[in-house]
Design a protein around this ligand. Sequence first.
Ligand SMILES: [Zn+2]
Length: 283
Amino acid sequence: MRALVLLLALSCPALADVPQVQTDIPPVAALVAQVMGDLGSPGVLLDKGGDEHDLHLRPSQMRALNGAQLLVWIGPELTPGLDTARQSVPDLQSLALLDDPATLRQDYAGGGINPHAWLDPTNASRWLDLIAQRLSALDPDHAAIYAANAAAAQAQIAALDADLARQLSGLTQSFVTYHDAYGYFTAHYHLPSAGGLAAGDAAAPGAARLSALRAQAEQGQIACAFPEAQHDPALITNLAQGTALFIGPPLDPVGSTLDPTPQAYASLMTALTQSLLTCANKP
Ligand SMILES: [Zn+2]
């Protein structure tokens, strides 16, 4: 057995050096997967359909984290449960993307940092460099590949961004979303958002928030309301009842329904755009 392992290690020495990487959410996994290219693929810890604010690792996920050299994640502001878990793993390196001084950071209207920063493609593009740098530090032999892959992914994001900006220029109607996650997206694309029904951590909204939004809807200040993939649509349905609010398709800001493929970032941003555009094209 030992001889076989040795033989395998000798026959593909490059493979042995590529770090095992875990990530928090599919859009981050997608950025890492683009930088790793053919060298490897990262794991993702958020379950399909999971709520990013309520991420707690099962024993099998804890084992996966234990086998990793690097965790690439947004940071404790998004997934406090993962912060506790990763601190229990000795020698696990952490790249918390929100900590980067060049990352655009945004506060919620009610205070506190909004961690949904991947929804601004400027950040995603910046993070590709950070990921390439960190992987290169762990695996210098492949530094040129990581850098080239990051540059290619940045070109794709620039093209995607231009395309989405062109499409979203047609969206002038104000809309409300289930949770207050979209500030980076609405600021970047200059969209007239009325914010979230629930707060940024997706905790259920209070009666005051509900009646304030209802009054805005009755006065015609909000045209559309969007439920979310991970949350019961009943609150949005209740808000819309008796008003002219158009209920759009469920949004998935964290890509929880997506496989963590290299294309997942573009898929998430494209799906979000197409869903929001139903508000511009509603009957
Ligand atoms: Zn969220």
